[in-house]
Design a protein around this ligand. Sequence first.
Ligand code: ATP
Ligand code: MG
Length: 363
Amino acid sequence: MSKKKIILTGDRPTGPLHIGHYVGSLRRRVELQNSGEFDKIFIMIADAQALTDNYDNPDKVRENIIEVALDYLACGLDPKKTTIFIQSQIAELCELSFYYMNLVTVSRLQRNPTVKTEIQMRNFETSIPVGFFTYPISQAADITAFKATVVPVGEDQKPMLEQTNEIVRRFNGIYGETLVEPQILLPDNAACLRLPGTDGKAKMSKSLGNCIYLSDSAEDVQKKVMSMFTDPDHLRVQDPGKIEGNTVFTYLDAFSKPEHFEKYLPEYPNLDELKAHYQRGGLGDVKVKRFLNSVMQETLEPIRQRRAELEKDIPAIYKMLKEGSDVARAAANETLEEVKAAMKINYFEDEELIKRQSEKFAK
Ligand code: ATP
Ligand code: MG
């Protein structure tokens, strides 16, 4: 089996990408890409997965492919180093999912914590589309099709990776060593594991409308920051404030760097001092929010500028996606051939089989 270092990860085209994606996965992907340590990097726009809970809104998925692709390139993903492709264009992934379905029980899927939360979030109750219910299996197909060894994602994807590794072990146990077990790569900063929404809800998520998008204008970012959830009991400036669950401080944990203090808030040497003052009392929300706004603008401005350039040539982006999809298809096809051989459904390539049966019937 190959010992190559391969990355696969991706995003659902259910909206433009937000700063949760940036700290949870995107920023890391660009670093890994530029480290030169990986033999191959595949980044997938998961349109087929997005359709599992947006099947009645194909236009939403269709319109957001380009948004996600623009965000990728604006953040520094480089098609010369990274294969960017569209999931639905790789039919091999469906075929793999179909075979993996035999290796997973209904009750195992029902226990998947991410699927559970997402079912609640989408108010499916008992009318869960089978496609949505089984998306962890299709995700296992995506990861294994490219023989990914490393999957950089946010914390919500942990149960998906566990499920994938179970499928790999079961497949290899029954059919012989074929698939590669991937490792999850989580952000090393706790605030980035699952960035909360601007409303203070547990996760910033396109589907919850509590996002700061990478493509938001400077004015929108400022508006969103200034109306963000903080400590609801911190009513007067002199009151002591809470840091835990205070979204403004969580975002500062995720985004602020020492040089931001020097530049925008020199009276504090670092974030710890700012937090301590807030906890003691005497520091108002507005001042902290203004600082966060400066940090966010500095982080997002270069991305915004690159995006504006890229938006001038949309056909070039589609061309890049098509080329990426062709490369991805070839890679997935190789794995599918190995899977079919292992599962003994490669009849026409198996000369031994035909010879043996010829002899059997000749008797
Ligand atoms: P949807 O609401 O449609 O599921 P989403 O905002 O959850 O959209 P996804 O496309 O499902 O985004 O997730 C893409 C990647 O971004 C995954 O690796 C996921 O772990 C990561 N991610 C998404 N939201 C966050 C977040 N709030 N904090 C950290 N990582 C995140
Ligand atoms: Mg999601």
